[in-house]
Design a binder for this molecule. Structure first.
Ligand SMILES: C[S@@+](CC[C@H](N)C(=O)[O-])C[C@H]1O[C@@H](n2cnc3c(N)ncnc32)[C@H](O)[C@@H]1O
Length: 471
């Protein structure tokens, strides 16, 4: 049996071989600042800023890629649409765009953003202004119970919970559209009025909540009152709708905007049902292979939307495997045409060695979670199927852009960029660029303790669908 050192040496050698292969297309792109590639650059952008989705990329990144690579006009696809950054930016530049999103909060944000941008009427806007001025929820005695999940119980100070309950009562009197907008506005402020902070893998609880007794106390700082948060958000959204240069609604017709289409569910199930070839580009960022759990992080919002415990578990299992709890999916059962895609992942020598090593470390009880090997395997196999579907759905010469981070587990670097590019090459793409962000990412604190610091590449991959006659 190999030792840990032997495994790591073999992984390094295979990694270097792959890096040499892609060296001609790998380049540092100083335009790709951390701000541009993350949600940060959206913080001042009307409507994009309404709901803080930390996992989003920025509208400016999408614009930069569409312009730099002169993407032909036509239809865009984002199989991991999040809150729809690709869709709204593409639409603004005249592309139609289809987005697939699994998680209800992402779906809600996309629907609300689209409505506010393109469909809201003068009358509906004036009702929002009335809510801002008159705060009608303060005049009701009826308090609707605020739905919660096990992991969100006690998330709000009691006065705040009462105010939320009154707000929910008042919503009922409004039309379906105004109800949806006001509920969206409430979703936008939940974190700021709660004892919690989103923290990737879970919700962190402020010491004032009384939860997590015995653990190191966490102070999230100011917790907004319901009134100040909801009034400020109403104000922001009203002014964004009125002033957004992006909007074409009753105020300014801009017929060049492309239409947006949201498909709700898992891209693993939806992609095979789409007809080919119809897209000129795919611009996407899948979940990273980093154990982040969107179902837990967005639990306040999912509870308010009435998602049950059972549905939450189902969502977690349907998500692309990116948490240690994901069980492996029967990909051939989802789509029997994925044999080649699965083979493309299976035949990655580097991935194979990494999986062997993680399994070895699991048996040695050296992994801080035994589900890591299964997660890494599921991640690559499932994305291989998504890549194959994107290749099928792209028109010839079409481009696929993917934002993703490399990872490190148990001291082994996982070059997601190199392996996914290799899988893409086997699925009908040529690898045009692997654009490296100037600022990489450190390791998790557990990793740094055990194995020393190594900066991990954050990249944007650019793959072009090969013409049939080139293959
Ligand atoms: C990194 S985020 C994408 C953010 C997006 N680029 C944006 O700007 O909003 C990845 C998204 O993939 C979604 N997701 C995870 N598994 C999925 C699946 N199987 N099908 C569709 N979406 C999925 C997550 O809910 C999350 O919103």
């Amino acid at each position: 049996m190999e030792t840990k050192e032997q495994y790591l040496a073999e992984i390094t050698a295979l990694d270097q071989e792959l890096e040499r292969h892609y060296a001609p297309v790998m380049s540092l792109d100083n335009s790709l600042t951390r701000q541009l590639v993350s949600f940060q650059a959206n913080k001042e952008k009307p409507l994009y800023r309404a709901y803080k989705y930390k996992e989003a990329f920025s509208a400016d990144l999408v614009a930069y890629l569409l312009q730099t690579y002169q993407v032909r006009k036509g239809r865009l696809l984002d199989p991991f649409a999040g809150i729809g950054t690709t869709l709204f930016t593409g639409s603004k530049f005249g592309y139609s765009a289809d987005g697939i999103e699994l998680v209800p909060i992402g779906q809600r944000v996309i629907t609300a953003h689209n409505y506010l941008l393109h469909h809201i009427t003068d009358k509906e806007l004036s009702i929002l202004k009335q809510w801002r001025a008159e705060k009608p929820w303060q005049n009701t005695d009826k308090i609707q119970p605020v739905p919660s999940l096990r992991i969100t119980k006690g998330a709000y100070p009691s006065d705040t919970e009462t105010e939320i309950g009154k707000y929910l009562t008042c919503l009922e009197k409004e039309s379906e559209q105004v109800h949806a907008i006001l509920l969206f506005i409430l979703l936008c402020i939940l974190e700021s009025i709660s004892y919690t902070r989103k923290d990737g893998q879970y919700l962190r609880w402020d010491y004032r909540s009384g939860r997590n007794a015995g653990k190191k106390p966490f102070d999230k700082g100011k917790i907004d009152t319901f009134e100040e948060a909801i009034t400020a958000k109403l104000h922001e959204i009203i002014s964004d709708v009125e002033n957004s240069e992006d909007k074409y609604n009753l105020f300014h017709e801009q017929p060049d905007y492309g239409e947006i289409h949201l498909l709700k569910g898992s891209c693993l199930h939806i992609l095979p049902t789409l007809e080919s070839p119809k897209y000129t580009a795919v611009v996407t960022s899948p979940p990273y292979c980093n154990c982040y759990d969107y179902t837990r992080t967005y639990a306040l919002e999912h509870a308010l939307l009435g998602i049950t415990e059972k549905e939450l578990v189902q969502l977690r299992q349907t998500m692309l495997s990116c948490t240690v709890e994901n069980r492996s999916k029967d990909l051939l059962c989802i789509n029997p045409n994925w044999k080649e895609a699965i083979a493309a992942a299976e035949e990655q020598p580097l991935l194979h060695k990494i999986l062997q090593y993680l399994d070895y470390q699991r048996i040695q009880k050296q992994l801080n979670n035994t589900g890591i090997a299964r997660m890494v395997k599921g991640y690559f196999y499932e994305i291989a199927c998504v890549i194959a579907e994107c290749a099928r759905l792209l028109k010839e010469d079409g481009l696929m852009f993917m934002v993703n981070d490399n990872m490190r587990y148990a001291g082994a670097s996982i070059s997601v960029d190199l392996m996914l590019s290799n899988i893409a090459e086997q699925s009908g793409f040529s690898v045009e660029n692997i654009l490296i962000l100037p600022q990489g990412k450190g390791n998790s604190s557990q990793q740094m303790g055990g194995y020393g610091r190594e900066v991990l590449r954050k990249c944007v991959y650019v793959w072009r669908k090969r013409n049939l006659c080139d293959s």
